[in-house]
Design a protein around this ligand. Structure first.
Ligand SMILES: NC(=O)c1ccc[n+]([C@@H]2O[C@H](COP(=O)([O-])OP(=O)(O)OC[C@H]3O[C@@H](n4cnc5c(N)ncnc54)[C@H](OP(=O)(O)O)[C@@H]3O)[C@@H](O)[C@H]2O)c1
Length: 146
């Protein structure tokens, strides 16, 4: 039985999708009108973001939920000189800058950590990135690919 059928029969409250690109979402809404997914979980970081997909999600009340926003198992993002400079100016960590950059775009984010110190840090976000900082982070994607 498909999830759409389960949803139509009231057996599930909401449907979530993962790694759907803009064409995937458009096709889903075309084929299954009335069953808009509640959430699309997607890779989202300054090195990789799909802005048109985000716009489409906002227009259609789909929550974009970011994963690997700290770079996953790769330390490149956390050590990026632009991110480190912004972090230093706010007296916060690179991880906190990355999380605020995501949240300030109205995107939900699910950072993962096994360390209590990092978990505490990841929920202590008492600062705001200015427009110029947001722009600088948005442009880090160029030439990175992922
Ligand atoms: N839907 C999908 O296709 C998909 C794909 C990938 C991942 N996900 C989910 O997304 C979630 C997070 O993604 P992820 O694990 O790939 O990436 P992530 O949250 O970007 O990165 C996790 C890494 O960041 C480190 N970290 C966390 N907080 C930190 C901090 N404050 N300072 C420094 N390092 C920090 C962690 O190490 P420590 O443990 O040492 O803190 C861990 O090595 C997971 O729950 C995963 O299951 C979903």
């Amino acid at each position: 039985m498909s999830f759409v059928k389960l949803y139509d029969e009231g057996l599930v409250n909401a449907i979530g999708v993962s790694n759907f690109t803009l064409p995937h979402l458009r096709e889903l809404l075309k084929q299954c009108p009335g069953t808009t997914p509640a959430v699309n979980q997607s890779l989202w970081s300054p090195y990789y973001h799909q802005n048109k997909m985000l716009m489409y999600c906002k227009q259609n009340d789909i929550v974009l939920q970011a994963y690997s926003s700290l770079g996953g198992n790769c330390c490149e993002l956390l050590n990026d000189p632009v991110i480190k400079k912004i972090a230093l100016s706010h007296g916060v960590s690179s991880a906190q800058v990355l999380l605020n950059w995501t949240l300030q775009q109205d995107i939900a984010v699910i950072p993962k950590s096994k360390q209590p110190k990092h978990i505490k840090e990841n929920i202590t976000l008492n600062f705001e990135l200015c427009e110029a900082e947001m722009k600088a982070l948005n442009h880090l994607e160029e030439g990175k690919g992922i």
